[in-house]
Design a protein around this ligand. Structure first.
Ligand code: FAD
Length: 419
């Protein structure tokens, strides 16, 4: 049986980068992928535009990966956002920066990112076996035997596991890597949905499906205790809420929901105005439009389709002329505009989450090399590692950086004298 220097499992961004780097360092690399194509999830990232990284500084990157974010310092330093962009620019791919430092290819196509990766894979002589699924790793005396099912085996000196998480399983990320790692003795930190839409108990949310609220303030409370507050855009869906702001805050909300059955959410629809400013505006408009019916008047403040919900929650006659709106009703309008309430009951299932939080415990991986501390010669890269990051290009940068470091470390470990 042929003995490879390195077998990389999973042709997502992490696995492809690991294979390319090991190939660049002259190793005989095999990349195995259970799909019949590379980068199936990468293709749908950023609505197929691929938010590949972020322009944030190294310290911000580490902050975004939470309390134990420093684990990724070596990976982000070895292959930073700047180095990632140069890597692609070298092959002619140009980038642009959008809001909050998000970086996209100028082409607005994830396909162009995959094309460059293909070029690098081929010029570094990485062999790719498609429709090949790793089932189990067996450690032999001085090599690994990879069980590929149906009595097929592959032999390798080093193995890099980059099989991703368990969300959007149709792209191939079905969690095989967790089973393989567990059998090797690794601990899996419990898997939870990350960047996931939220469900709410209010039935009427269905009537708001498709409405986007831009630059609203989103305040999450348990009882009276404020937990999180942030400004951004949200979209109502038939089950609850989604959109960039919701997805980003969902990581924290998932943890809160573990200890609380429901979480209260208040949307400040007019965060740019203080309560006195909003009151002044409301009083002026009520005077100017005194003969307007209440239901038409509210168009000044909220999207049309939200008006019936407002009317119901405020218990104000929709046909009432606004010159008859009294002070108590005015206060109720202001309260609802500043704190439109929703009750969060949960999230969509993990398969509908953009990322999987949790994974191989970071305590069992050497951050300098990505090598397992449990089994020498096994490396991990990408979403399979335990972390939970916000949207903005951070997840793909993590995949590319840890992939690069794992590929480089595995290759260098085969000829330590050259280091
Ligand atoms: C809809 C959507 C949009 C996203 N948009 C963005 C974005 O714009 N920016 C961003 O930073 N992140 C984004 N993400 C997250 C990002 O795609 C992932 O974090 C990233 O793809 C993880 O890379 P990976 O290489 O670790 O795993 P994956 O991309 O999941 O790749 C793992 C590969 O391993 C293969 N595999 C699995 N098991 C086996 C096995 N047993 N044998 C062989 N092969 C196997 C799979 O088929 C797959 O090809 C998005 C995710 C989704 C779902």
């Amino acid at each position: 049986m042929k003995l490879y220097d390195i077998v990389v499992v999973g042709a997502g961004p992490a696995g492809m980068m690991a294979a390319i780097r090991a190939g660049q360092l002259g190793k005989n690399v095999m990349l195995i992928e259970k799909n019949d194509t590379i980068g199936k999830k990468l293709k749908i990232t950023g609505s197929s535009r691929c938010n590949i990284t972020n322009t944030a500084s190294l310290n911000i990157f580490i902050e975004k990966f939470g309390r134990k974010g420093a684990f990724f310092r070596s990976a982000f330093s070895s292959f930073s956002n700047k180095r990632l962009m140069s890597f692609f620019e070298f092959k002619g791919l140009k980038f642009k920066e959008e809001n909050q430092g998000r970086v996209f290819p100028v082409s607005d196509k994830s396909r162009s990112v995959i094309k460059v990766l293909k070029e690098y894979l081929s010029e570094n002589r990485v062999k790719i076996n498609y429709k090949t699924r790793l089932v189990r790793i067996k450690k032999k005396k001085d090599y690994f035997s990879l069980d590929l099912g149906n009595d097929n085996y592959m032999a390798t000196k080093k193995v890099i596991i980059a099989t991703g998480g368990i969300s959007y399983s149709s792209t191939g990320s079905t969690g095989d890597g967790f089973n393989v790692a567990e059998k090797l003795g690794h601990k899996i930190v419990s898997l939870k949905p990350g960047l996931v839409p939220l469900t709410v108990s209010e039935e009427w949310v269905k009537d708001l499906q498709g409405i986007t609220l831009e630059n609203v303030r989103f305040t999450v409370k348990i009882g009276k205790k404020k937990i999180v507050s942030d400004i951004g855009n949200l979209i109502f869906t038939h089950f609850g809420i989604s959109g960039p702001l919701v997805l980003d805050l969902s990581n924290q909300i998932v943890s809160i929901l573990e200890k609380n059955e429901t979480v209260n959410l208040y949307i400040d629809i007019k965060p740019e105005m203080t309560v006195p400013e909003l009151e002044e505006k409301l009083i002026n408009e009520l005077e100017v439009r005194s003969k307007t019916e209440f239901k038409n008047f509210m168009k000044l403040f909220i999207p049309n389709r939200m008006i019936p919900i407002f009317v119901e929650l405020l218990e104000i006659n929709p046909k009432k002329k606004v010159n008859q709106v009294n002070k108590g009703e005015r206060n109720k309008i202001i309260n609802l505009l500043k704190a439109f309430p929703l009750t969060i009951t949960g999230t969509l299932p993990i398969n509908k989450a953009m990322v999987t939080c949790g994974g191989i415990s970071k305590k069992e991986i050497d951050p300098q090399t990505m090598e397992s501390k449990i089994v020498d010669g096994v490396y991990f890269a990408g979403e399979i590692i335990d972390f939970c990051a916000p949207s903005g290009g951070y997840n793909l940068q993590e995949a590319f950086s840890t992939g690069f470091l794992a590929g480089e470390s595995a290759a260098k470990s085969l000829n330590p004298k050259e280091e």
